[in-house]
Design a protein around this ligand. Structure first.
Ligand code: KG4
Ligand code: ZN
Length: 381
């Protein structure tokens, strides 16, 4: 059964180290408005440990979730009775962190007598690129406001493209936990055609950044340093780029940087740090772009989507853009400030899931640390 009227959703995201809430309203078949959004980043807390400690993340989600909820509900001007559903990330992610958002969604759903819309974290990332619809250049300006918390950007609304203009789509999702190539034939219809066999791209950035003595989170710090380096100084491997499969593997690349560093004295390493960063970054980008190129040759594609934390990398955006232009396929990259985890993306994907009647009563909902992207569409999880 399809639902046609304007719908209002509260969206909750707590799968890793950002506590994020948003209120979105599907105005009509063409657009979704953002009525309120807020994200509280835990980056400063996790910097001390050089990475996310799941229990620490969960405790932080617990302490900021209630004031954030109050803030977004007030900002949205939406009365609880006008809320149609609560969309929440149920996986994949860190179990203690996911548990906080899912428990909050269950509690609110029970108290407010609303259904819950379970959302897969990766489908959230996909929708942040699918609906943004803007060109890369247009989207590169807004920076996330995250301390102590604030809106992810000046978002007021997203246009819903006509399905025949965007599907079939090819999505490259690159984040701290995932590297995936997804073929999408329609809304909520996903086929994973490539994924990482070991480390995710963001994880590789974070680990190599650590080897280079850069602060957490490593990705942004490494790519900043790389701007001063020579990307051809070291010939690091482009893992599996010639392989027939569309899968990725970044663990060997990280190890190659490690062994290169081991052969250098501290003084030598300090002198070539920027070259190492630039050469590593180039190897990751060549690998990602190479796999997208291979995928374009195998499946029909109307647009390419780029999203996830690593999609904030300017060089990746521009090199993928070059590839897409050369193949005459438009590239939709998520706006920079929606590349990291946020609740707008969960609200956008949740709106489509709601329209498709993916609804759960509060007591039939759980979180799943590992969750197949296709499981929600198949209602098997
Ligand atoms: O999507 P996200 O916020 O969280 C997950 O769902 O994992 O992605 C975070 C990842 C981290 O590994 C971070 O280092 C990486 O995205 N990242 C970057 C950049 N900005 C963030 N990697 C490379 N270049 C960047 N500019
Ligand atoms: Zn993410």
């Amino acid at each position: 059964m399809k639902r046609k009227q304007p719908k209002v959703l509260l969206a909750i995201e707590t799968s890793c180290d950002e506590t994020a809430l948003a209120v979105v309203r599907k105005k009509n078949e063409r657009s979704i408005e953002v009525l309120a959004d807020a994200v509280a980043s835990q980056v400063d807390i996790h910097r001390a440990t050089g990475g996310v400690v799941p229990e620490v993340a969960a405790r932080e989600h617990v302490s900021v979730l209630r004031p954030l909820l109050h803030q977004v509900m007030q900002q949205s001007g939406v009365d609880v009775q006008d809320l149609n559903a609560i969309a929440v990330t149920i996986g994949p992610g860190l179990p203690p962190a996911l548990a906080v958002g899912v428990t909050a969604a269950r509690t609110l759903a029970y108290a407010w007598k609303k259904p819950v819309v379970p959302v897969h974290h990766i489908e959230g990332h996909i929708y942040s690129a699918l609906l943004a619809g803007g060109s890369n250049a247009q989207n590169q300006k807004s920076k996330p406001v995250k301390v102590p918390w604030g809106p992810t950007g000046p978002y007021t609304g997203f246009q819903i493209p006509k399905p025949e203009k965007v599907f079939p789509a090819l999505a490259l999702i690159v984040s701290g936990g995932h590297t995936m190539l997804i073929h999408m034939t329609d809304h909520l219809q996903y086929e994973v055609i490539g994924s990482t066999r070991d480390d995710a791209a963001g994880e590789a950035f974070d680990k190599v950044a650590r080897l280079l003595g850069l602060p957490y989170p490593g990705g942004p710090a490494l790519s900043k340093l790389a701007q001063q380096g020579n990307p051809t100084a070291y010939d690091f491997p482009r893992p599996m780029v010639k392989d027939k499969s569309l899968d990725f593997s970044f663990a060997g690349l990280k190890t190659a940087v490690y062994y290169t560093l081991r052969q250098l004295s501290q003084q030598q390493a300090a002198a070539v740090k920027a070259d190492l960063a630039a050469s590593f970054e180039q190897a990751v980008i060549d690998t990602l772009v190479g796999k997208v190129a291979a995928a374009l040759g195998r499946v029909p594609v109307r647009i390419v989507l780029l999203a996830g934390g690593v999609a904030a990398n300017h060089k990746l955006r521009s090199e993928l853009n070059k590839l897409a232009s050369s193949r005459q396929v438009p590239l939709h990259s998520a706006p920079i400030s929606l590349c990291g985890d946020n609740a707008i993306m969960i609200g956008l994907a949740g709106t489509f899931a709601y329209t498709a009647s993916r609804l759960h009563p509060w007591n039939q909902l759980d979180f799943h640390a590992r969750l197949d992207l296709t499981a929600l569409a198949r209602a098997q999880y």
